[in-house]
Write a protein that binds this ligand. Structure first.
Ligand SMILES: Cc1cc2nc3c(=O)[nH]c(=O)nc-3n(C[C@H](O)[C@H](O)[C@H](O)COP(=O)(O)OP(=O)(O)OC[C@H]3O[C@@H](n4cnc5c(N)ncnc54)[C@H](O)[C@@H]3O)c2cc1C
Length: 309
């Protein structure tokens, strides 16, 4: 039997919800509940909350859930959502910004452009938080999140903050892991809470023009009107997942309410009634067909958590 921690949730100012539907917090708008869902008031509140947590309880940080599928039976864990609450965004020098994890990535791009800083325009169409961009090494237009990171701040499961350098991590295409000799496990007992970004002096009008044309291209090529989680699979070396999926005729293929987008074959859309089970089954079906017909192992970019219904 679990013993009750009497200190738990004392003087917490943020929002604590039980059995919160994760479909409200993921861009696929599908999936089960989180046993406990916490939205801190600010960094100090987050720190206090973690210091009172049961060490056995699994903790999962989420941002805007734009790269996340939560299975239909939900997650027996504490979900901590930073979106729009860890939201400090400041210019700290002629060429640098301080950004907390809950700031939306497009806001970073617009803020930098407005301050005549170049280099973060690629973030303009990535609809997640900066914490999620750090976790995923999100990228677009040839740019990647960690290209512009000088150093970062993390928080551990006891609520203690740490300063870390980019060199503390192994960073590659849509992947960020702690170094093998690290004394922490990213995503299990330590999470991103802020970063210092190194940008270049630029021209406001040029950056704003780049952002405008990038967003126009996205609007033309991506299914922006239906719930989705962006690219489901990583591009295999030297090829594109979308090209492969289209080449075997899977555009428009559906399982339940989940369909391979007609507009972009690497996107799976929720047509309105998709369960997380429908989406995951379609992901597995596409992987199997590509393996059978093209001999290529498609690796998922989206993260899947939780229990099967
Ligand atoms: C329409 C659309 C277009 C997209 N286009 C792109 C694109 O061009 N390029 C691209 O790379 N991605 C793209 N994505 C995917 C997604 O937006 C990015 O991966 C984004 O960075 C995820 O941020 P998030 O806040 O939504 O993270 P979430 O989905 O909430 O979380 C993603 C993962 O990061 C972990 N995580 C979240 N916050 C933290 C934190 N603070 N510390 C540690 N771990 C954390 C979560 O546990 C989870 O494993 C797109 C998605 C959509 C819906």
């Amino acid at each position: 039997m679990q013993t009750m921690n009497m200190k738990q949730h004392q003087n917490i100012r943020g929002e604590i919800l039980r059995n919160e539907a994760m479909s409200k917090h993921t861009s696929w708008r599908a999936g089960g509940d989180a046993k406990l869902f916490f939205k801190p008031a600010d960094m100090d509140d987050l720190s206090l909350f973690l210091s009172q947590q049961d060490n056995e309880q699994e903790i999962i940080f989420v941002g805007l859930g734009s790269n996340l599928l939560v299975r239909d039976a939900g997650i027996d864990a504490t979900v901590i959502c930073t979106s729009s609450v860890l939201n400090v965004l400041e210019k700290t020098s002629d060429t640098s910004l301080y950004v907390e994890s809950g700031v939306a990535s497009p806001k970073v791009a617009r803020f930098a452009a407005k301050n005549s800083l170049a280099g973060s325009e690629f973030l303009c169409g990535i609809p997640g938080t900066f914490g999620g961009a750090l976790a995923m090494n999100a990228g677009a237009m040839g740019g990647e999140t960690w290209d512009i990171v000088k150093d970062i701040k993390t928080i551990d499961k006891h609520g203690t903050l740490h300063e870390r350098k980019a060199s503390d991590f192994n960073i590659s295409y849509r992947s960020v892991k702690q170094k093998p000799d690290a004394n922490f496990v990213l995503g299990a007992d330590e999470w991103f809470v802020a970063a210092n970004l190194q940008l270049q002096k630029g021209e406001r009008s040029q950056s704003e023009q780049k952002i405008k044309s990038h967003l126009a291209r996205r609007g033309a090529t991506q299914p922006t009107q239906q719930p989705n989680a962006g690219s489901v699979f990583r591009n295999p070396e030297g090829d594109y997942a979308a090209r492969l999926i289209e080449s075997i005729g899977l555009k428009g293929y559906c399982i339940g309410g989940a369909c391979v987008s007609e507009k972009h074959a690497n996107f799976i859309i929720n047509t309105g009634t998709a369960t997380a089970g429908d989406i995951e089954s379609l992901i597995k079906y596409v992987q199997k067909k590509i393996k059978d017909e093209c001999g290529i192992e498609l690796i998922r970019e989206v993260r899947i958590i939780g229990e099967y219904a």
